[in-house]
Design a protein around this ligand. Structure first.
Ligand code: UDX
Length: 437
């Protein structure tokens, strides 16, 4: 099929490459000319494992191109909308200007029978409004919502082998024409057994925000337990192992630490609360305010704990922060708890050095006032205390004895609870985890 993908960021670039991998003819469109020239040259404009290899593989087939000109969407039968919906400045609500302008720019190029497929995370009710907009311009085109659940760092496999496909169509009916079209787009994953659900538009929109809210709640739940473990002298990692063995609960997303960040979870729960308020259902989501508050408290807690580990004052303490990305296998620093902690420590008088295998460029653009060091060895040198804040493999594998020879002070705060406290203590370190005795 001929497919266009509008918006070539973390979601769209991966989606475009994966659609070409599935055998379709794909054109990716973005207003950012730099991004387009990188992608056209087979380079990923951000770090995502496997993406660059995939781009080069599918581009060599001639089935994938990237352009800035929206008119290139003309002739495609399916148009995926993959633009961002960031948090509005100074408000909790989602900023829909990119979605709105993408659809407005696309509609002149729609032909009868075309299908516009929204993938961005939007407040419930947006799809119905946009469907009207599409119909007003091209009465025989249609708009459906097909939310994306990919995780950064696993985006390629999550797109090629999703754990489910959700199609939100106007009447929620399996018989809707769009269902057949989307089934053809996703023929390969469907044949491989991916479950697919057909819903109405609001349900499809809500599936995404509900899933992210549940994940955020799970993380904040275990972080609340970590607060309690700290107060009671218990171990949250063992607690998570034990409750996670109940298969109604499950061990995934029960890793206590510095909390969640990134371009999705934080802004999605806030936009969800804002939308619930507009719908007069704000009470239903007041718990998400607590989820958010627990999460933000983690950052303050780490700053306080660092002060404690440093003997009561941060002034002049040389602190090395291992990790800047919001999670490993990503260079994304949007709402990264690691960076926000690093910035707080610096504001409070510490001399902070931040290192990360992939995210330093993005980090420096966001927090130019921090000192960055690409080499882990250099970053470790003469540190009074280490903070492991993003659990890259390289940091999890640090040897406590070898590391001890490089730093000035044997103090480590494990913000992700991924190190073995016994090993580090045996090597002479003062080890502190979060919610671990
Ligand atoms: C999330 C959803 O998982 C994905 O389905 C959706 O499409 C987009 O939002 P992503 O933002 O890539 O994906 O990251 P995710 O893996 O969910 O992690 C989010 C944050 O939670 C990270 O900062 C991570 O470090 C943190 N986290 C995750 C924890 O603190 N503890 C955990 O147990 C799991």
């Amino acid at each position: 099929m001929r497919i266009s993908v509008i918006g070539c960021g973390y979601l769209g670039a991966v989606h475009a490459a994966c659609m070409a991998k599935l055998g379709h003819d794909v054109v990716g469109v973005d207003v950012d000319a730099n991004k387009i020239s990188e992608l056209s040259a087979g380079r990923a404009p951000f770090f995502e494992p496997g993406l660059e290899e995939l781009l080069q593989e599918v581009q060599s087939t001639g089935r994938l191109s990237f352009v800035t000109d929206m008119s290139a969407t003309e002739g495609s039968q399916v148009h995926f909308v993959c633009v961002g919906t960031p948090q509005k400045k100074g408000e909790n609500a989602a900023d829909l200007r990119y979605v709105d302008s993408a659809i407005t720019a696309l509609t002149p190029y729609l032909s009868p029978g075309d299908l516009v497929v929204g993938k961005s995370t939007v407040p419930v009710g947006t799809a119905a409004r946009l469907a009207e907009l599409v119909k007003s311009q091209q009465p025989s085109a249609d708009l459906v919502w097909n939310p994306e659940f990919l995780r950064e760092g696993h985006a390629v496999s999550d797109t090629l082998q999703p754990d489910r496909l959700v199609y939100g169509v106007h009447d929620g009916s399996e018989q809707h024409d769009a269902v057949k079209i989307l089934d053809a787009v996703y023929a390969q994953p469907l044949e491989a057994g991916t479950p697919r659900l057909v819903t109405d538009l609001p349900t499809a929109e809500l599936v995404k925000t509900a899933a992210n809210s549940f994940l955020a709640t799970k993380i904040s739940f275990i972080n609340a337990m970590a607060e309690l473990c700290d107060a009671a002298g218990a171990d949250v990692s063992l607690l998570a192992d034990a409750i996670g063995m109940d298969d109604r609960i499950g061990r995934k997303f029960l890793n206590a630490g510095i909390g969640f960040g990134g371009g999705c979870l934080p802004k999605d729960i806030r936009a969800f609360m804002a939308r619930a308020g507009e719908l007069g259902a704000d009470q239903a989501l007041t718990f998400l305010r607590e989820v958010d508050a627990i999460n933000m408290r983690r950052r303050t807690r780490v700053v306080e704990l660092t002060r404690e580990v440093c003997g009561g004052s941060l002034l002049g303490q040389r602190i090395t922060v291992l990790g800047a990305a919001f999670k490993p296998e990503s260079d994304d620093v949007r709402d990264s708890p690691a960076l926000s902690i690093a910035a707080q420590l610096q504001l409070q008088g510490a001399v902070v050095t931040v290192t990360d295998p992939e995210a330093l460029g993005n980090a420096a653009r966001r927090f130019p006032e921090l000192h960055y060091e690409a080499s882990t060895d250099e970053a470790l040198r003469r540190a009074d205390a280490l903070l492991l804040l993003t659990e890259w493999r390289e940091y999890r594998d640090l040897d406590p004895y070898e590391t001890a020879a490089k730093v000035s002070g044997l103090k480590i705060l494990d913000g992700r609870n991924v190190l073995d406290p016994t090993k580090w203590r045996a090597a002479g370190w003062t080890y502190r985890g979060l919610g671990r005795p």
